[in-house]
Design a protein around this ligand. Structure first.
Ligand code: DP6
Length: 322
């Protein structure tokens, strides 16, 4: 039994930050993201009774125990449903640098659950795959869907809600890489620290439903100005609640802040663009159709920017010939 799948990273426009239930990795807030194209994670899985345990090979190297353990946990979630599943070898390769801060785990788990499903003859619904992926990484179910998608809270669970296909509003993305250093505090640890120490955590939770509604409306109306306002607000609120933790976590570096001001200056001058920043110092500029060339050139000139990547919006995870 074997199969392969590809998936792309996604970028949240309304942020997920904080867990309602860490054991089930249930987010405390819904989120809305765009799925990218060109930057690709390809994952293949081979179930083999001859193996003496699960094995994970990332970009040609047998992976660290920390990372392998999340892959193993993901396979165990499938084994709860299919106890007969033998050990697996999982091989994954990213076409983009891990340092680009593009949440390779989101694309990685979306590709993994899709590959496992394909290897078993596609018995699972997208909701079941989303549930398994979410328990491994809260942002990863969003990479199961292309274009614009919401991961909505639904009782004690989450539900994927596709909003627009990639081609319906072909926004473009520029990633300004401002540091190649590995991030200091990962998302899970940063969220837990924020939840348990930030005095603004309750306010953060309270602002999310309104931001989700405003973003949904802006996306369905293809209103870039409205989406810019809510996405920048959600990003800065996420960083504000995180900076207010004790001790505060600061994911920005100086170049991140300079890029943010550059993006706002471009918008004032008439370019359709806004920014977002995740749990790292890279700035993602979301551009109107056709605007990314100019934005990439402008951000490349900001001192401290070491690289710029450009891409468009893409499809959800899918099985491929492996
Ligand atoms: C800042 O999905 O990496 O990118 O569920 O703990 O694996 P875990 O977190 P993860 O968090 C993503 C946080 C974010 C915002 C977002 O993508 O919504």
């Amino acid at each position: 039994m074997q199969a392969a799948a590809v998936a792309h990273p996604n970028i949240a426009l309304v942020k997920y930050w904080g867990k309602a239930d860490a054991a089930r990795n249930l987010p405390a807030v819904g989120s809305i993201s765009i799925t990218l194209d060109t930057l690709t994670t390809t994952t293949s899985v081979r179930f083999d009774p001859g193996l003496d345990g699960d094995r994970f090979v990332l970009d040609g190297e047998v992976s660290s125990p920390a990372r392998s353990s999340r892959v193993h946990e993901c396979l165990e979630l499938f084994r709860r449903r299919r106890p007969e599943l033998p050990p697996a070898e999982v091989t994954s390769a990213n076409s983009f640098p891990t340092a680009a801060g593009l949440a390779s785990s989101a694309a990685g788990f979306a590709a993994l659950v899709t590959a496992v499903d394909a290897a078993l003859g596609s018995p699972f619904s997208r909701d079941e795959l989303a549930d398994i992926a979410r328990r491994c990484s809260g942002s990863s179910p969003r990479s199961l869907v292309g274009g614009f998608v919401e991961l909505a809270l639904s009782g004690e669970d989450t539900r994927l809600r596709p909003l627009l296909a990639a081609g319906d509003w072909p926004l473009e993305v520029v990633v300004a890489v401002t540091s190649n250093a590995a991030k200091t505090v990962g998302s899970s640890a940063g969220m837990e620290h924020t939840r348990s120490t930030s005095p603004y955590y309750r306010s953060w939770l309270e602002t999310s439903p309104g931001d989700l509604e405003a973003a949904r409306e802006a996306i369905l109306g293809r209103d870039l100005e409205a989406l810019a306002a809510v996405a920048e607000a959600s990003c800065l609120a996420m960083h504000a609640v995180t900076m207010a933790a004790r001790p505060g976590l600061v994911y920005f570096n100086g170049a991140t802040v300079d890029c943010l001001h550059r993006v706002r200056a471009l918008r004032r001058e008439g370019t359709a663009v806004f920014f977002t920043v995740d749990a790292g110092p890279q700035l993602k500029a979301i551009c109107g159709p056709g605007a990314s060339e100019l934005v990439a050139a402008a951000l490349a000139e900001v001192p401290g920017v070491v690289d710029v990547l450009r891409c468009g919006l893409g499809e959800g995870a899918r099985a491929v010939r492996g």
